[in-house]
Design a protein around this ligand. Structure first.
Ligand code: DAH
Length: 344
């Protein structure tokens, strides 16, 4: 029996050594120390032994069990330690590796320009207003001195939804809406940026949808020189202090007199070159003194109140400021174009 026990011990220790996983180790434990294992079997046969032999074999059996158990425990610890080391090695962060940059977006060029213009006018005391893009014929045309059948309606090809509702063709209806809302009793100083819609065929300088910024200042004693001062400040701040402005007579039904504003060409400063088509000037916006009839339709006393208005296209301003040659770049969202204007 002694030999059998020694044999079993050797066998078990070899298997423990060979085991490489916790599962294999557990199998060895069950096989040798389990209730159905060979050592238990040996112990069961002890009844046949003599009185003297019994304690000797019993003690040996216990030692063998303990030796196998501690070998198992030791091996278990070493397998676990190895596994932990492997895990730690795998999880090590190599701080010298280059990082994975998270792509950062930025405002669209048009958004930046609109915000820049807003800030500029807020600095001169203007409020920023909004109005609906789906507009009534009344606000889009009639309240601006463009009654049904007026030939000047043809200046703006429109998308009609019903006979009386259309996509606004300009931001000017917000003039009438703002004045109407305060019932002719107070002064107004506002700008309104927003989308407008025209039945135009898209090309390098036309788009069926584009942006405008409207401006309106109504108060007692507002004069043409006030308009000129505001526009001059706008042009210089937007395009550079060395730029001059020029007002040319023009026609809009909602202003009288009406003007178009040009700025001096940045390349030739008024001399005439290919950028300004030899004129020395570049057209920027339309403006004028609010027509007395428009003031009166909105509830103002045109004897007491006067005002100026202007309307500009931020796309055109961005094109001139940054040398963009095609209005469609603003809407096709080619990231290679847009990225150039992201501020760091
Ligand atoms: N609404 C005009 C257009 O879209 C632009 C304009 C011209 C607006 C003169 C004004 C203005 O407020 O006074 O063509």
């Amino acid at each position: 029996m002694k030999e059998r026990l020694q044999e079993l011990k050797q066998e078990a220790l070899v298997k423990v050594k060979e085991a490489t996983t916790l599962k294999e180790l557990q199998d060895v434990r069950v096989a040798y120390l389990g209730k159905k294992g060979p050592i238990t079997e040996v112990l069961r046969g002890m009844g046949k032994l003599s009185k003297e032999e019994r304690p000797v074999i019993g003690e040996l059996a216990n030692t063998v069990r303990q030796d196998i158990a501690s070998a198992l425990d030791e091996k278990k610890e070493s397998i676990e330690a190895e596994a932990l080391e492997k895990q730690l090695a795998e999880e090590t962060i190599d701080v010298s590796l280059p990082g994975r940059p998270a792509p950062v977006g930025g405002p669209h060029l048009l958004t930046s320009i609109v915000e820049e213009i807003e800030d500029l006018f807020i600095g001169m005391g203007f409020e920023v207003r909004e109005g609906p893009e789906v507009e009534t014929d009344y606000y889009n045309f009639e309240a601006l001195n463009l009654p049904k059948g007026h030939p000047a309606r043809d200046m703006q090809d429109s998308f009609y939804i019903t006979e009386d509702i259309l996509m606004r063709t300009h931001t000017s209806p917000v003039q009438a809406r703002t004045m109407n809302a305060i019932d002719g009793s107070k002064s107004v100083k506002m700008i309104c940026p927003g989308k407008v819609y025209r039945r135009d065929t898209d090309d390098a300088t036309h788009s069926h949808q584009f942006t405008q910024i409207e401006g309106l200042y109504v108060d007692e004693n507002v004069r043409m020189s006030d308009l000129k001062g505001v526009l001059d400040r706008f042009a210089k701040q937007m395009f550079g202090e060395d730029r001059e402005i020029r007002l040319r007579p023009s026609f809009f039904p909602f202003t009288e007199p009406s003007v178009e504003m040009d700025i001096s060409c940045k390349v030739c400063h008024g001399e005439g070159c290919h950028v300004c088509k030899k004129t020395g000037w570049i057209e920027i916006l339309g403006a004028g003194m609010v027509h007395p009839r428009v003031l009166e339709m909105a509830g103002y006393d045109s004897q007491k109140y006067s005002g100026f208005a202007f309307g500009m296209g931020p796309e055109r301003i961005a094109m001139l400021k940054y040398g963009v040659d095609d209005i469609r770049h603003f809407y096709t969202n080619d990231i290679r174009f847009l990225k150039q204007y992201h501020k760091a």
